[in-house]
Design a protein. Sequence first.
Length: 184
Amino acid sequence: MEIYPEERFRNWIRKIEESDVKENDPKSIEVFNYFVEDLAIACLKIISAVKERELSKKKALEILENMKKFFLTSVDFGDELKNDLYEFVKESIKAIIQSTIYYLQNKVSKKSFEQLLKEAVEKERKGDIASAFENIAKMGAKVLKGEELPEFEADGFVANWLDGIETLAVVMRIAKIDQHLSSS
C-alpha cells in the first residue's frame, strides 16, 4: 500500500517551482498550504489504514520514516521567497509526521497542551531544539487522539511546528464533517 510515494512529493516540488509566488499576494502562496494539507491527509489515511487493519503499525511506521526522508533533502527553487516558505512548511510537515509516529506508538502525553507548549518554548529558548520539537509533536499526537487544540501564539521554530499541528487539527475537523455528511 503506497500512501505517500516519492513521486507525490516530487509533484508538489514541481507545483511550487511552477507557481508564481509573490510576497504581497496571499493567494500565490496557497500551494504551500495545500502541500502541508496533502501531507496531513496522507498521515490520517495511514492511521485509518492501521485502524482498518489494512496496514500493520510496523509498516505504517516504516512508511512515515520514509516520508520523513523526503523532507531531509534540501531543495533550491532559485527564488529566495520560495526557499524561505519551503523551509517554513518543511518544519510544519516534520511536526505532522512525528506526531503521527508518536500517535501510532501510543506516545500521547498526559500533560496539557499549555504545559507542552510552555516547555517547548523554554527548551527552544535554551537551544534544545530537538526536545522542543518533541514537545510540539506530542501536542500533535494529542490532536490525533481527538483532543481539541486551543489557539496559541508562538514564534521561532515552535511557531513553524505549531502551524503543522494546527493544519492537522483543521484537516481532522474537515474529515469529521465529511464523515458526518456522508453518513447522513
